[in-house]
Design a protein around this ligand. Sequence first.
Ligand code: AMP
Length: 258
Amino acid sequence: MSSNKLKILVPVKRVIDYAIKPRINKQNTGIESKGVKFSINPFCDIALEESLKIREANKDLVESIHTVSIGPLKAQDVLRTTLAKGADKSTLIQIKDDEEVEPLQVGKILKSIIEKNDYNLIILGKQSIDDDSNQTGQILGGLLNWSQATNASKVKINTDNTVEVTREIDGGEDVLKSKLPLIITTDLRLNEPRYASLPNIMKAKKKPLEKLTPKDLGIEIENRLQILKIEEPPKRQAGIKVENVDQLVEKLKQVKAL
Ligand code: AMP
């Protein structure tokens, strides 16, 4: 690391809002996106919040917080929100409206941005709620040959610039310590993201939002996977109400659950 300061990159994805029930398109090949509300992927919002908290808790430690999104032009809205919440600068890597990028492509694009800008801490969401891949952080770790701490539920920066990451695992906690550079992916319980205030939303309009294409980074998007079919889960049958325990036992016997 050239200095002891943290240069943080937070990759954020624009996804269908978590509160919306997704509908499958007529061709059964994807989710209907027309007329649907989009927002920042919740795990990415947690990643941004953590970077802001690190800056607030460690005076003068953080040199910059940069957010980046690979998506259509409209992904700018998500980036503006990150600027309003406190990111210093954003980059949109613009792809076509109907284009999808797989985690490997995202990883290659992020690698190129990271190498050009000398970031030393990358905080990603553990997964995107649209494709549920849960791959990008791990792929990026492999491409860069960096340490990674996935599914973080607590992050602590030590005075010697090592980082301690707590991960919730079955039946306990796993606490890792690593030097920088490091990749962290965030779990749900890491923090509660803040809201952007109206004055900050106005101020964010003046913050830098750079637009590039994958080609500008020398990368051709080349997806390897083809979605053959997406199906709704089978409809669940309505339940029934029983009057007492005897009836419950009787019903359970009938369905051979006892
Ligand atoms: P995934 O591997 O797709 O489940 O995504 C995990 C994390 O990778 C997300 O929470 C983001 O931090 C990052 N990521 C995935 N896709 C993108 C994208 N198109 N643009 C920016 N970051 C992304």
